[in-house]
Structures are given as C-alpha cells and as structure tokens.
Design a protein around this ligand. Structure first.
Ligand SMILES: [Zn+2]
Length: 93
C-alpha cells in the first residue's frame, strides 16, 4: 500500500517536471497523481493500523508497569494497556 502510494507520488513529481513533448499533456494530471498518492498514504495509515487505538497510532501508549527484566534488575517491562506494545525502562521502584 505504502509502496503503491509512493510510486504514484513519484509519478506525479516526474510528470510535474517532465517537459518532454510526449509527457506535456500529462502535466495537468501531475497534481492529481500527487494528491491521490498522498490520500492513499493517509488511508493506508488508518486502514493498516485499524486494530490500534488512535492514541497508540500517534505514539501515546498507555504503559502499565510489569515485572522486572530478568537480566537487568534495574529495569522493568512496561506494556501498553490498549495495544499490548512492550518496552523496557529503568525503574527504581
Ligand atoms: Zn499502545
């Protein structure tokens, strides 16, 4: 999905700068290509992460403290309550 969107945007940019006579009539469509590609990117972003909470999608996870990391006792696991993403972070508590 992302590759396709990127390809369409690239096509639009090429068309935008192409001044070859063969491509000139397509120049008018360059804007549509770029706009359509960007739209695809945005749609792909939302459809692709459908199961995630919108806050998680933009990086605001709701981490909950879990058990200590075995190899590094000064660190704990944290797990997001909404999407289940895990991270390790230092904890003195
Ligand atoms: Zn999350």
């Amino acid at each position: 999905m992302k590759t396709l969107a990127g390809f369409i945007i690239l096509m639009g940019i090429i068309l935008l700068f192409a001044d070859a006579e063969l491509l000139a009539p397509l120049g008018e469509f360059a804007g549509y290509f770029i706009g359509g590609g960007l739209l695809l990117l945005v749609i792909g972003q939302f459809v692709g992460n459908h199961e995630k909470h919108w806050l998680c999608r933009i990086g605001f996870h709701d981490f909950e403290r879990q058990e200590r990391v075995e190899e590094v006792p000064a660190m704990r696991w944290y797990r997001c309550k909404r999407c289940g993403k895990e991270k390790r972070a230092a904890s003195i508590v």
